[in-house]
Design a protein around this ligand. Sequence first.
Ligand code: RB5
Length: 148
Amino acid sequence: MKKIIIGSDHGGFELKKEVIAHLEKRGIEVTDVGTYSTESCNYPDYARALCKRIQSGEFERGILVCGTGIGISIAANKHNGIRAACCSDTFSARMTRMHNDANVLCFGGRVVGAGLACDMVDLFVDTEFEGGRHTDRVNMLAEIEKEN
Ligand code: RB5
């Protein structure tokens, strides 16, 4: 993966900075949709800004960070075609790529440390979707979107 998009609210801002530095060290170009300070802001705005650019095809995958990772993942999952996974362990970060073809990884700046966050990011970036029986299930997610 050559490029990735990232966003956060104030609760995820500090951790996001560490994740960006980690990704850039790996040679991955990072686009940051904000927020750019610890001033209080609203996580749905950043989920929306990031998801639109995945929906458009400009980016394949993204990372969202808020205080818990929960609010921003709920917001992201309101977007058609977005499969956002809120993770706080490496097993889930790997499996959500293999089984769910997750295109957005979320975590909480008040939940996980930088070491764990960067390990999860590496797995999210490096792990491919397994396909096979999981393809039908992922397609079923799109059907649910159509129904609603
Ligand atoms: C902000 O205080 C906090 O509510 C937000 O970062 C996130 O944790 C919401 O789910």
